[in-house]
Design a protein around this ligand. Sequence first.
Ligand code: ADP
Ligand code: MG
Length: 243
Amino acid sequence: MLNIHNLQKSYGENDVLKGISTEIKKGEVVAIIGPSGSGKSTFLRCMNLMEMPTGGEISFKNQPLTDRALKDAQINELRENIGMVFQQFNLFPHLTVLENIILAPIKRNKQTPEEAIKTAEQLLETVGLADKIDAFPNNLSGGQQQRVAIARALAMNPEVMLFDEPTSALDPEMVKEVLLVIQDLVESDMTIVIVTHEMNFAKEVATRVLFIDEGVVVEEGTPNQIFNHPQHERTKVFLDKID
Ligand code: ADP
Ligand code: MG
């Protein structure tokens, strides 16, 4: 699904990603863990070209995203297949829940307004917020806003979903409702990449875990390998600290 080869990203003198290579296969649930500032968000943002890599290649379903010959329109079309959910929800505050969800599908000509509304209603049902369809984001709890943000990303019918610490900005009592929605997605065989500090969640749902530190993948493996039998000192130190 996503092929990442020797990915590099620098901001001026700051080399944030120093050559990351990995492959995300269809149906995989890949958890990315690592210390703050290690480049996890940058990695995720490069995957859908919210950030332009400074080196290396990324391809999506064998189509190179990092090919300089690609036109903006082609890049946008590829990106539509990659949904993203952020720590801070990023809903449009002046739009209702429904308007937030139908905006992109209509604008990008993915669906007619009638179809988009129908899809939005179904998605809100799925995330348990059918009764909030006309609410404004500011009148929702953090957990509800994040569930709307997930519904909004799903409205584009993506083939991959990227989550960047989707529960880190939430009060503890709201973490579970969001993780349950993501768990449902896992069970629907969605391909998922999730940056998370929820180690128990990563243990339960991930098919693979990447430990990133200082812009490199230090270690990757099954949850059992990474959490119970880490091979590298840096992985051990990190896991000891968060316990
Ligand atoms: P993480 O998500 O693992 O906490 P980030 O990817 O957010 O790490 O950040 C990694 C490094 O990249 C940090 O040193 C951060 O300051 C830097 N960085 C991230 N985004 C930008 C940006 N837009 N401009 C300049 N530096 C950035
Ligand atoms: Mg981050």
